[in-house]
Design a protein around this ligand. Structure first.
Ligand code: SAM
Length: 280
C-alpha cells in the first residue's frame, strides 16, 4: 500500500481495456485515494463490522484497556469497538481515508470522540511512544503488506504491546492458488443505489490479487476505474511468521463474515512472548 500510494494507481490489464473503451470519460485511481473515495464510501463506509468486532471482543476482557487498531480504514470496526466502551487509537495510512474517518468521528457522541485517537501512520513502521494491552487488525489489512512490510508490522506491534499483551488478527481464509478461478467478476450494489462491477484477477507467480472496480453503467461520466493490488497470504503462513517474530499463537478461531454464511475467516489470538537472554 505504501508504494501504491507513492507511485499512484496500478493500471491493471482490465483497467487498461476499460479505459481504452471509454476514452476521455475514463479516470484511473486507487481504491484508497481521493478519486477513489466516492466508490470506497459507496461500497464500504456503512459496511457493518459489528459481528467481526464481537469476535475480537470475545477474546478479551470486557474492559480491555487502551486498544490500538491498525489500518482502521473508515472505522468499520472502530465504531463497534467504541460502542463497546473501548478506548481506541485508530491508525491508518491514507490521508483521504483519515479525513473521511475524522468526519465520521465528528458526528459521533462526545463520549465516543473522547475515547478515540486517530493517527496517520504506516503500520509497517510506526512509533507512537505508547504501549497497549491489545493491538488488533481487521480482515484484508495484512494483505496490504509484502513480506518485508509484514516483518516491520510484527516488530512495531511487539514494541507497542505491554508485556504479555495480545495481538488479535482477523484473516481471510485464502484458498490455495489453483483452488479458485484466476479471474472472476461480480456486480455489487452501492448504498447510493449505483451498481459497481468488481473484477478480481489472481497473478499466481507474484502471489498477488489485482482488483478493478468500475461502474456497471457503461455510460457513466466520469467513468471512474479504481484499482488495487493485494498480497495473497494464507493463515498458516501468517501463523508461522508470527511465531518466528516472537509471538505465541494461542488460538485460531474460524468464524463467518456474514450471519448466514459459512466460516470464511479466522480470528488469530497471539500473545507477545518475552524474549529471554541466555546469560551463561
Ligand atoms: N479496517 C478497515 C475495515 O475493516 O474496513 C479497513 C480495511 S481495508 C481492507 C485496508 C486499509 O488499510 C485501508 O484503509 C488502507 O488505506 C489501509 N492501509 C494500507 N496500507 C497501510 C499501511 N501500510 N499502514 C496503515 N494502513 C494501511
Amino acid at each position: 500500500m505504501t508504494e501504491q500510494l507513492e507511485r499512484g494507481p496500478v493500471r491493471t490489464a482490465h483497467a487498461g481495456v476499460l479505459l481504452a473503451a471509454v476514452g476521455e470519460r475514463g479516470v484511473l485511481c486507487d481504491f484508497y485515494d481521493e478519486d477513489g473515495s466516492d466508490t470506497y464510501r459507496d461500497l464500504i463506509q456503512d459496511a457493518d463490522g459489528t459481528s467481526e468486532a464481537r469476535q475480537f471482543a470475545a477474546r478479551l476482557r470486557p474492559a480491555p484497556g487502551p486498544v490500538l487498531e491498525l489500518a482502521a480504514g473508515m472505522g468499520r470496526l472502530t465504531f463497534p469497538f467504541l460502542d463497546l466502551g473501548w478506548e481506541v487509537t485508530a491508525l491508518e495510512l491514507s490521508a483521504t481515508v483519515v479525513t473521511a474517518f475524522r468526519k465520521r468521528l465528528a458526528e459521533a457522541t462526545a463520549d465516543r470522540q473522547g475515547r478515540c485517537t486517530v493517527v496517520q501512520a504506516d503500520m509497517s513502521a510506526f512509533a507512537l511512544g505508547k504501549r497497549f494491552e491489545t493491538v488488533v487488525i481487521s480482515s484484508g489489512s495484512i494483505n496490504e503488506l509484502d513480506e518485508d512490510g509484514r516483518k516491520g508490522l510484527y516488530a512495531s506491534v511487539r514494541e507497542h504491546l505491554e508485556p504479555g499483551g495480545k495481538f488479535l488478527l482477523s484473516l481471510e481464509m485464502t484458498k490455495p492458488v489453483g483452488a479458485e478461478p484466476l479471474e472472476r467478476q461480480q456486480e455489487l450494489p452501492g448504498r447510493s443505489g449505483r451498481r459497481h462491477v468488481l473484477h478480481v484477477k489472481i497473478l499466481p507467480s507474484e502471489e498477488i490479487q489485482e482488483i478493478t472496480i468500475y461502474p456497471a453503467e457503461e455510460t457513466a461520466d466520469p467513468f471512474v476505474v479504481c484499482t488495487h493490488r493485494r498480497r495473497l497470504v494464507t493463515v498458516d503462513r501468517i501463523v508461522r511468521e508470527l511465531e518466528g517474530a516472537g509471538f505465541a499463537v494461542l488460538a485460531r478461531a474460524p468464524f463467518a463474515s456474514t450471519s448466514a454464511g459459512r466460516d470464511d475467516m479466522v480470528l488469530v489470538d497471539a500473545v507477545k512472548r518475552e524474549i529471554t537472554r541466555d546469560v551463561r
